[in-house]
Design a protein around this ligand. Structure first.
Ligand code: PRP
Length: 225
């Protein structure tokens, strides 16, 4: 592919830049901080940028600022060689990518949530941003539920009678507390992962492996503090 936007352009040594899909929003700040700790100097003034493609030829990388849910798609199609994505999105999207590294950042969990006085409903309905995760979870429990896909403010669903439970991410628990909801089950723990396109992993193995090593050192250094 040849596009005149620098993303596919070679660096000064003639090598194509490593294309990294970064999630915009809450994960970006912790992910870019981890990159800096790993010796990849992403300037802090990119934290609030509206720019969608950021090139750092001096470190041999281009960053694609993506909506988190789209990161696995960009990586699967190879328009990004690698990407950073939450385990929640990876589980839901189920794309054909390599999961290389648990970055240990943006820790939270996927949970079943309901009102404190929840009782089994005759026609149980579960609202969620993660219909595939929720369907699989209840299927494995042998429970029949109707899964309703929402795109945000999932906690509204039990409050206004759309669903009797929700499946959603819990980080601090503040949203639950402020809305009088309780966590009923934890489905799995979530952290951000480094993923790679299968072809890029072979073709750019040296660059990808070198970045993995640096990130692993930074993660280990944080863990030892
Ligand atoms: C997420 C999630 C919960 C909330 C959990 O929503 O869906 O609503 O964060 O965080 P907490 O445990 O720290 O309160 P997000 O902020 O992404 O917005 P959304 O409701 O639009 O999905």
């Amino acid at each position: 592919m040849s596009l005149d936007n620098g993303l596919y352009a070679p660096d000064q040594s003639g090598r194509e830049l490593l294309k990294v899909a970064m999630p915009k929003g809450r994960i970006y700040k912790v992910a870019s901080k981890l990159f800096r700790e790993a010796g990849v100097p992403i300037p802090t003034d990119f934290d609030d940028t509206r720019k969608l493609i950021i090139e750092l030829p001096e470190v041999g990388m281009s960053f694609i600022m993506a909506k988190p849910v789209d990161v696995p798609t960009y990586v699967e199609y190879g328009v990004a060689d690698i990407g950073i994505v939450g385990k929640d999105v990876l589980m839901e999207e189920n794309k054909d990518v390599y999961e290389l590294l648990d970055l240990g950042i943006a820790k939270c969990r996927m949970s079943v949530i309901g009102m404190p006085d929840w009782k089994p409903a005759i026609n149980p309905r579960v609202a969620t941003k993660y219909p595939s995760v929720a369907s699989q979870y209840f299927r494995e429990l042998g429970q029949q539920v109707e899964v309703i896909k929402l795109n945000g403010s999932i906690e509204l669903a039990p409050l206004i009678g759309l669903a009797d439970r929700i499946v959603d991410m819990v980080e601090t628990g503040q949203t639950l507390r402020e809305n009088g909801l309780v966590e009923m089950e934890t489905i799995f723990g979530i952290t951000s992962r480094l993923i790679a396109n299968r072809v890029s992993y072979r073709m750019k193995n040296e660059e990808i492996q070198s970045l993995c090593d640096k990130l692993q050192h930074a993660i280990a250094a944080k863990a030892s503090v």
